[in-house]
Design a protein around this ligand. Structure first.
Ligand code: SR1
Ligand code: MG
Length: 405
């Protein structure tokens, strides 16, 4: 295929044949399995050998709404960063076999033996190795692409290679701008809107902080970040974690990725709070999530400092105190980003199923208020938040306040 068009299942089969992706006698079957906001994901299986692979194609507009015109070049960005992350974080990222600049699609490893983490968490499954895996992914991909380690001219080349204006604009709008005023594109329950008006939109102090954060997102070219590291971008099975979908990648603040992981664990916690019956299963599951929140921060910090000792190349970064100063700033950004993510998934156009699948409307509204309260505190108190326990204390305090109200 030599001219770009958005493929349907039958076109993908044709594409596989043209590209010789399977043996010539293969009996190919193709289904579209994507339910994300942006792309088309096809699983192609050879029914003779049962071998399968994934073809992901970027369309010219987002699936969630054609208001978002998004350059299909994001597929190049995704394929190129997946290759970099595959090297930096072995075993934690799918293998990309090839990508096609004309058709804006890439061919990658099929991970059907894994489950999308958000779905698994909605089913209240635990993944004891998740924190170990995700903290390694975060440390390796963030620190090892930063000026602390990478030659500065090479790093500037990478900044250029990963300029991603369309997808950054989505984040600037959906994460940092629209949730903090009565934007027509927002999509929220009436009761939540009242709460947002009182607690967020009329708080000029909070608005000022979100303005500072938006500018930090746009200007702090610290590390090659994934850019959309929520639990829908992570595949899991008990012994394996694979991070997918880095099409929002660009050089931005490292805390953006860590903060997204934390916020999305909190959505899972709220889902459990609203949908599980009281008892040992619920407390066991919520205890696991609490530990995951605390350890994601604490293990990230300790792994980051030890990787720093091994890999630092920049002379001034070895001065005593600098590593801790740098890490403190990442944790501060982590808190702020987690706060913005908690607010935007409740108020804005792009929701999370952890919350929208809560059937009981009053419980859903309660969960939404807790998320917004935690989000606000994370943003306002980010300079004092240092440890995993600091994050969890705020979650628990907002949860307790909601139960008393
Ligand atoms: C228009 S895209 C909406 C959201 O989906 C993606 O996964 C990102 O989170 C984006 O903000
Ligand atoms: Mg995605």
């Amino acid at each position: 295929m030599s001219k770009y068009f958005v493929m349907k299942e039958k076109d993908v089969i044709e594409y596989c044949k043209q590209q010789n992706l399977f043996p010539s006698d293969a009996e190919l079957n193709c289904i579209e399995i994507g339910d994300g906001n942006l792309n088309y994901i096809f699983k192609v299986t050879d029914q003779r050998s049962s071998k399968s692979l994934i073809i992901k194609q970027a369309g010219p507009v987002a699936r969630i709404s054609d208001e978002f015109k998004v350059s299909p070049d994001r597929n190049r960005i995704e394929s190129e960063i997946l290759k970099i992350q595959y090297e930096l974080a072995p075993g934690l990222v799918p293998k990309v076999y090839q990508y096609d600049l004309e058709m804006n699609c890439c061919v990658m490893e099929d991970l059907s033996d894994h489950k999308i983490m958000r779905q698994a968490l909605i089913e209240h499954q635990q993944f004891p190795l998740f924190v170990e895996h995700i903290t390694t992914f975060l440390c390796n991909t963030l620190l090892l692409t930063s000026d602390v380690v990478v030659d500065h001219k090479r790093k500037k080349e990478l900044v250029k290679q990963f300029i991603n204006p369309d997808l950054c604009e989505i984040t600037e709008d959906l994460v940092y701008t629209e949730p903090f005023f009565d934007c027509p594109r927002n999509d929220l329950l009436d009761v939540t809107k009242e709460f947002a008006k009182q607690e967020l939109w009329s708080d000029s102090n909070l608005l000022l902080e979100t303005a500072k954060l938006k500018f930090e997102f746009m200007t702090n070219a610290q590390a090659l970040i994934h850019g959309d590291l929520h639990t829908g971008s992570i595949f899991v099975k008990p012994d394996s974690t694979k991070v997918i979908d880095p099409e929002f990648a660009f050089y931005g603040p490292a805390g953006y990725d860590v903060g997204n992981v934390i916020a999305n664990l909190i959505f899972a916690y709220q889902n459990a709070e609203a949908t599980m019956e009281e008892g040992s299963q619920k407390s066991d599951y919520q205890n696991w999530l609490e530990t995951a929140i605390v350890q994601t921060i604490d293990l990230f910090k300790s792994k980051f400092l030890s990787l720093w000792q091994q890999k630092v190349t920049e002379r001034v970064a070895t001065y005593p105190g600098f590593a801790q100063y740098y890490l403190d700033s990442i944790i501060r950004d982590t808190a702020a980003v987690a706060g913005c993510e908690l607010c935007r998934r409740i108020i804005g156009i792009a929701h999370v199923k952890d919350i929208t699948t809560i059937q009981d409307v009053s419980r859903r509204a309660a969960a939404e208020r807790v998320c917004l309260s935690i989000g606000k505190r994370f943003i306002l108190e980010r300079n004092q938040i240092r440890t995993g326990a600091d994050f969890l204390n705020i979650v628990k305090a907002c949860q307790d306040a909601a139960l008393k109200a």
